[in-house]
Ligand binder design. Structure first.
Ligand code: PMP
Length: 430
């Protein structure tokens, strides 16, 4: 495959951009080789600068749940830009957006729009701290909540891919206020809570993890956390930046039937534009400025173009439940296909999946937490990644990521992914 234009761009990029990329995982460091530079995308396909075509499994790390170039969203954006790009003032669409979010995600009574998932999680813990008057938070090893200082402790996604789950530049003071527990370990959480009675403001987690690869909550885990938070007056935060509007129209919380106190959102909510949101119980959200004393603001928050894209996306998802049926069926078909291929090849790798999220882990161990995710054979994953890329399948370039299916994938595309997977496995295990 010729990727010479991408290679030349990457060479040049490294002179001007740290590592040549604006977000670390894009650099392909974990899998080796040069990243491909994307020129365009349509439906289930992306095209690189050398005009190679790939089937999409990244989908902008989640937002493009309807595939690329959705015409409704394109039209909403082109209509919106006729009226300028930003006002820094309230607009009708923000009200519609907030109302729609509260209908789709019933635990959210009030919501504030921000510009990224990182801003959403940073703001959510600030309001939780203000509301409780406590400083400490609990997060889980391998969960990623954006790059806010408090979360770069035992972080997943790019942080673990690059071996920096605890980033330099985070002060000891901040680090001391972040307590970490192993995912799926209720007893460990109880122990932390007992040892820090009256000091824990919030417990935040990915209700289904995408950022150590796809890892599901064990039976009773989310319920157990809800109970501990209730008993201790801890604000229970679901980070649904990945799972929101993906695992169902009400996110993981609807799927698992658990109500968090606060929810953070991103990705799909912007339809591909830079948007995030945090919201939840009114009694907590009433602490946010200007109603309450917890300060949080944004020049471009609720940006009219971003709201036009996001609102069109959410309205579509709200009115088309068949989106989720299709995603479930695609997910099942893909996982069955992968499982059959592994049987045929005598392999016993773990595949974790739910709905339209999945990760094939190169380990025989069940992957339920960070250590088991890290038992994967990373060099083998790197070879597999390139074997898939050579066959025109564009996957997340790290073992510690979830893949995201879109409704633009038809059965024929899923068949091609299954076939490429079988051939790639054969190639890499020799
Ligand atoms: N939370 C989760 C669960 C995420 O997956 C991400 C990003 N992958 C974030 C927060 C941060 O979002 P952003 O990259 O938009 O800042």
């Amino acid at each position: 495959m010729n990727i010479s234009t991408s290679q030349a761009l990457f060479e040049k990029a490294q002179h001007f951009i740290p590592g040549g990329v604006n977000s670390p995982v894009r650099a392909f460091r974990a899998v080796g080789g040069s990243p491909i530079f994307i020129k365009s995308a349509k439906g289930p396909y992306v095209y690189d600068e050398d005009d190679n075509e790939y089937i999409e499994l990244i989908n902008s790390w989640g937002p493009m749940i309807l595939g690329h170039g959705n015409e409704l969203i394109q039209k909403a954006v082109s209509d919106a830009i006729q009226h300028s790009f930003s006002f820094g003032a309230p607009t009708r669409r923000e009200v519609e957006m907030a109302e729609l979010i509260t209908t789709m995600v019933p635990s959210i009574e009030k919501v504030r729009m921000v510009n990224s998932g990182t801003e959403a999680t940073m703001s959510a813990i600030r309001v939780a701290r203000g509301f409780t008057g406590r400083d400490k938070i609990i997060k889980f090893e391998g969960c990623y909540h954006g790059h806010g200082d408090s979360f770069l402790i035992a972080a997943g996604s790019g942080a673990v891919t690059f071996g920096t789950p605890d980033s330099p530049g985070v002060t000891k003071g901040v680090a001391n206020d972040t307590l970490t527990a192993p995912y799926n370990d209720l007893a460990a959480v109880q122990k932390l809570v007992d040892a820090n009675k009256g000091h824990i403001a919030a417990l935040i987690l990915e209700p289904v993890v995408g950022n150590m690869g796809c890892v599901l909550p064990a039976e009773g885990f989310l319920e157990g956390l809800r109970k501990i938070c209730d008993e201790e007056g801890i604000v229970f935060i679901f980070d649904e930046v990945m799972t929101g509007f993906r695992l169902s129209k009400g996110g993981a919380q609807e799927r698992f039937g658990i109500k968090p106190d606060l929810t953070t959102l991103g990705k799909i909510i912007g339809g591909g534009m830079p948007v995030g949101a945090y919201g939840g119980k009114a009694e907590i959200m009433n602490w946010v400025s200007p109603l309450g004393p917890v300060y949080q603001a944004g020049t471009l928050s609720g940006n009219p173009i971003a709201m036009a894209a996001g609102l069109t996306m959410l309205n579509y998802l709200n009115e088309h439940p068949e989106v989720y049926t299709k995603l479930e069926l695609s997910g099942h078909k893909l996982v069955n296909g992968f499982t059959n291929s592994m049987k045929k090849l005598g392999l016993n790798y773990t595949i974790n999946s739910i709905g339209s999220m999945y990760t094939l882990f190169f380990t025989d161990q069940a992957v339920t937490d960070f250590p088991s995710a890290k038992s994967s054979n990373l060099p083998l994953f790197g070879k597999y990644f390139h074997a898939m890329l050579d066959r025109g399948i564009y996957m997340g370039p790290s073992q510690f990521e979830s893949m995201f299916l879109s409704t633009a994938l038809e059965n024929s595309h899923i068949d091609r992914i299954i076939e490429a997977n079988e051939e790639s496995l054969k190639e890499v295990i020799g």
